[in-house]
Design a binder for this molecule. Structure first.
Ligand code: N01
Length: 487
């Protein structure tokens, strides 16, 4: 079998992959490639192009700390995020490093060579000493298996694969789901479609979105590194205080943000019955909070109809959707805003480590990893955005940058000291995971009374980190030698 040989293979060219690559370059490692399964670079913000797509964290914080950008508004829209990510690829000359249409099928540790074999179907394979998996936790869209969905004669697609060639104006449209993606699509398309039918299984808590357009002067200032840093710190500490509520105080969650969400709902929806239908029965924060100034009031529109769980989808037929109460809803377009396989699908390809150890078996109960990044039995394998490294209250990019400190420190320790492998000790991983899940039991994600993509099928919260993001940052600043084996 023929192989391309590299020191590092990065899988995925989104923010994590770019951040990993820049860190390698800054540390003098140029022998790496980025394998990207799609035909374009950039990851989630290039893939998700549904109407209304925008970031739900303040853009100056939802960006790389060392790359200031004159954002046009507080919550950037998809086109601007796409521009930002493409600028980074250009500025750091990553284009030549990114190999497109390389869909990794599996990776396997070779104990003799002490390297990973990266298998790509029908193509030349890769061999690497280190793998950094940067495939993102929300990249595998899920369309539930509704009875008869293949019979529908209209158009249908997932929000992740929005068909830009389809003109939805004046059409009869259904949106299935009411999460973060749906909440952006719904208010954006409602004024332009003939009828909009929203199938909501569970209501979500909605808070006002503190969005605004930045003035010319503000944009200029954001381009200055020191000011950009100051703005980031201000936003960061404001958001970090939210963690006190997520972690320690259900009382606080119920009495501060939940009251604000109730007030927001009352202000936007006059009809009491409709308000009731849009009121969740779990504690705010248990599912991701939606920030929107126009979602709730969209339900006041005459062309917008809300279907609840008790009148949900019985089946899909050639004309549209038949509800459980027997109503036939005729449609031209069905939009599946039904989320992602984020729990049991953290990595989208099989991995075999030392002694043929299968990651699927290790994760049979639930996905786990030391600081969300490394696993015993899988030397030189690093996961960006791995299990329990999500953060509900600040920016995922802050976490990605923190993980890269740990990953690069491990690789550089090997490089400088002539070690071939790096592996976390199993007792360290076990102690870390047990402590983390004990902490998790105090959080709203665990005991807030909801089901969410944060949880595995076994009911464990495996997407989130149950602490402050600064504590995660401190924990991952450097590799702690006592928890690892270098050889
Ligand atoms: O997915 P979701 P998403 N029958 O899982 C419903 C990030 N994000 O793509 O709540 C009927 O939140 C499901 O119902 P229920 C962000 O982190 C960020 O919207 O499970 N309904 C739910 O309403 C977010 O949290 C941004 O009862 C079914 C919906 O589908 C994450 O991505 C933008 C169903 C899925 O909601 C995921 O968001 C977008 C079924 N069988 C996303 N199965 C920004 O930064 C599922 N549903 C702005």
């Amino acid at each position: 079998m023929e192989f391309f040989q590299h020191k590092v293979v990065i899988v995925g060219s989104g923010f994590s992959g770019q951040c990993a690559a820049i860190n390698l370059i800054n540390n003098g490692i140029s022998d790496f490639v980025i394998l990207e399964r799609r035909s374009f670079t950039g990851g989630t913000w290039c893939q998700n192009s549904y109407p209304g797509a925008a970031v739900d964290v303040q853009s100056p914080l939802y960006s790389l700390s060392f790359e200031p950008f004159p954002w046009s508004r507080m919550f950037a829209e998809q086109s601007e995020l796409k521009q930002y990510t493409n600028n980074i690829i250009e500025k750091y000359n990553l284009k030549d490093k990114i190999k497109l249409n390389k869909n990794v099928q599996k990776i396997k540790w070779d104990n003799l060579e002490r390297k990973w074999n990266v298998i790509i179907n029908g193509d030349k394979n890769y061999k690497a000493q280190f793998i950094i998996n940067c495939t993102g936790p929300l990249s595998t869209p899920v369309i539930p298996n509704f009875k008869g969905k293949e019979l529908f004669e209209g158009e249908s697609f997932h929000t992740n694969n929005w068909n830009q060639d389809y003109d939805y104006h004046g059409k009869r449209v259904a949106v299935i789901g009411s999460g973060a993606s749906a909440s952006q699509v719904i208010p954006t398309i409602a004024p332009d479609v003939e009828t909009l039918h929203v199938f909501q299984r569970t209501p979500h808590w909605v808070l006002p979105r503190p969005d605004r357009v930045f003035s010319k002067i503000e944009r200029k200032l954001l381009g200055i590194k020191s000011i950009y840093k100051l703005v980031r710190y201000a936003i960061y500490w404001g958001l970090e205080t939210r963690m006190v509520g997520f972690k320690y105080s259900q009382w606080m969650m119920k009495n501060v943000p939940q009251r604000q969400a109730m007030w927001h709902l009352k202000k936007q929806v006059e009809n009491e019955e409709l308000r009731k239908s849009l009121t969740p029965d779990y504690t705010i924060g248990c599912k991701r909070i939606i920030l929107s100034n126009d979602l709730l009031k969209t339900y006041n529109r005459n062309n917008t109809h809300l279907y609840l769980r008790e009148n949900g989808i019985k089946e899909i037929n050639k004309r549209g959707i038949l509800t459980t109460q027997g109503k036939q809803v005729d449609l031209d377009l069905i939009v599946y805003a039904t989320g992602y396989d984020a729990t049991d699908g953290v990595i989208s390809y099989p991995i075999k480590g030392k002694n043929n150890l299968n990651i699927a078996q290790v994760w049979e109960d639930y996905p786990r990893a030391y600081v969300g990044t490394t696993l015993p039995g899988f030397p030189n394998l690093f996961l960006s955005c791995g299990p329990n490294s999500g953060i509900g209250h600040t920016s995922a990019i802050f976490i990605i940058e923190s993980q890269m400190n740990y990953i690069i420190d491990a690789i550089m320790k090997c490089e400088k000291n002539g070690f071939k492998t790096f592996e976390v000790k199993s007792e360290s991983e076990e102690r870390y995971t047990n402590k983390l899940h004990k902490e998790m039991e105090k959080t709203v994600w665990h005991k807030g009374g909801c089901n969410s993509w944060y949880k595995s099928k076994s009911g464990k919260v495996i997407a989130m980190y149950p602490g402050f993001s600064f504590s995660y940052h401190l924990m991952t600043r450097k590799v702690k030698n006592e928890h690892h084996i270098f050889s």
